[in-house]
Write a protein that binds this ligand. Structure first.
Ligand SMILES: [Zn+2]
Length: 133
């Protein structure tokens, strides 16, 4: 029988925000909860320092992910889609579209900023006359 696994990450404040990664922990074998829990990557935490997660959240710990033997041990299934490449290609196309949308939005903002920049001397002229210096 395989060891059940669970996901947890350090609570806010335990580590810096950039190190609050989602780690994979083997479920403790003993009935009594241990005082410290060690992730697959070797990072260990006191029991009260961890937030138990029902699924991956935020940045995953790559070392833990590389060490996980089977997806089934995380409570999931290992029936990955056969058309994984097609799925990835679709996501890449969506990212391209999103990237183009962000680019055109950036262009629009530049045009808007420039048009506001041209109007600014008129709108600020009254403020400039009130400057005592
Ligand atoms: Zn880890």
């Amino acid at each position: 029988m395989s060891t059940p696994m669970f996901l947890a990450r350090p609570l806010p404040g335990v580590v810096g925000e950039r190190r609050r990664m989602c780690h994979v922990f083997p479920a403790p074998a003993s009935e009594r909860p241990p005082s410290t829990l060690t992730a697959l990557c070797g990072a260990w935490f006191a029991r009260g320092q961890l937030e138990l997660l029902d699924g991956p959240r935020g940045m995953p710990c790559e070392l833990c992910l590389r060490t996980v033997p089977q997806p089934t041990q995380l409570g999931g299934t290992d029936d990955r889609p056969d058309d994984l490449d097609a799925h990835v290609a679709r996501i890449e196309r969506q990212l391209d579209e999103l990237s183009r949308a962000v680019d055109s939005l950036a262009d629009l903002l530049i045009v808007l900023r420039d048009s506001l920049g041209r109007r600014r001397p008129e709108t600020c002229s009254s403020a400039a006359t009130q400057d005592p210096s």
